[in-house]
Design a protein around this ligand. Structure first.
Ligand SMILES: [Fe+2]
Length: 378
């Protein structure tokens, strides 16, 4: 059963197809990459049979609902989802027909209550339930996350063979896949710990859910009321001037997600961009600009964080409250960076809308900054 990764987004989408009939199942499509879906289908002469999201994503807006409407196919999530957008719901053990092939649904909650893995012949699409090697797995501290359920789900895999190929929803170190046997040996989530130890470990590394992720979740749930529920049942917060990510009305979105955080791309495309090298050269110049890192503090520094040298941390969600003290009003240049360039674009747009004239977002964010060997501070 051919399984192909499609698109360029940091969130991985896959096409599972039947070699004989050309029917295909699309898994985890990203709104920003919808065009790649059409290209992949056309290039291979495939006919889409349905779309599955492995869970309600927090780090990118799914293209599932919009592609489902555009192409007239089913959009499926596990029955535990709170989303009102799917046209059908999946149960554990369900076999989805894709031409002559069968894709088996395994309910693997923990990252979210509705997380599933898809067994496609010798391939296992794990979404954010399981990543590769040191990436471990998706966060268990987002709304609905449950470390104990995740431990249970990992044990479910014991009946599956070592030679299965694991295809995750993200990888940040250039790995494409790994066998389940490899993951059992190298992935820290397979450490031999008790359920209680696993829960305690994951609670110890829990971090707050950033506001922008709550907005993405709300978009993927298809309901503003659900957004309020994730804020503890409070009334929806008033819109923050200029910090509207534009979701889900056609806004491009990407993410890095998983254990390391994520980005959602600003909607307007009006933000000037600099490459990390261009930004570095300006920072080394005679009149260096202000460099703002708009990620959350745990990404910026500490055991799991590092940042571009000289960057000041000002998380995206704090910008409206800090408006009066934000730099750039006197015409000085402001460069904004995040993990991959999504949040920085949103922040730059906000600054521009609030009167700052010389604002740039750094393309590819801290990930690309680091990949290009530019200096980092812990
Ligand atoms: Fe996720």
């Amino acid at each position: 059963m051919p399984v192909r990764r499609i698109g360029r987004a940091a969130c991985r989408a896959y096409l599972v197809s039947c070699g004989r009939t050309g029917e295909a199942l699309l898994v985890d499509p990203v709104l920003d990459d919808a065009a790649a879906v059409h290209e992949a289908l056309d290039a291979r002469g495939l006919r889409l049979r349905g779309i599955v999201d492995t869970h309600t994503h927090a780090d990118h807006v799914s293209a599932g609902a919009s592609l489902s409407r555009a192409l007239g196919v089913e959009y499926l999530l596990h029955e535990a989802t709170e989303s009102r957008l799917p046209t059908g719901r999946l149960r554990d053990g369900r076999r989805i027909e894709v031409g002559d092939e069968r894709v088996e649904v395994l309910h693997t909650p923990g990252h979210t209550p509705d997380s599933i893995s898809l067994l496609c012949g010798r391939d296992l699409l794990t979404g954010d339930f399981l990543f590769l090697a040191q990436e471990g797995a998706g966060r268990l501290d987002l709304p609905g996350g449950d470390p104990g359920a995740h431990w249970d789900s990992l044990r479910r895999l014991s009946s599956l063979g070592d030679d299965l190929r694991v295809l995750p929803g993200h990888d940040y170190h250039g790995l494409e896949d790994g066998t389940l046997g490899e993951e059992r040996r190298r992935n820290p989530r397979f450490q031999d710990v008790t359920r209680e130890e696993y829960v305690a470990w994951q609670r110890a590394v829990a971090a707050p859910t950033p506001d922008w992720m709550l907005e993405v979740i709300a978009a993927n749930l298809g309901t503003a009321a659900a957004h309020a529920a994730h804020h503890g049942g409070a009334a929806p917060a008033p819109p923050r001037r200029g910090l509207d990510l534009g979701l889900p009305a056609g806004a491009p979105a990407c993410s890095s997600g998983g254990s390391a955080g994520a980005c959602a791309t600003a909607a307007s495309g009006r933000v000037p961009l600099l490459s990390p090298q261009e930004a570095f050269e300006r920072l080394a110049g005679p009149r260096p600009p202000v460099l703002l890192d708009v990620r959350d503090p745990w990404e910026y520094g500490g055991p799991r964080g590092r940042h571009a040298r000289g960057a000041r941390n000002l998380p995206l969600g704090t910008l409206p409250a800090a408006l009066g003290s934000l730099p750039g009003e006197a015409g000085e240049e402001v460069l904004v960076i995040c993990k991959m360039g999504g949040r920085s674009a949103a922040a730059a747009e906000f600054l521009i809308e609030n009167g700052r004239r010389r604002v740039f977002s750094i393309e590819g964010g801290t990930d690309r900054w680091a990949a290009e060997g530019l200096p980092l501070d812990p």
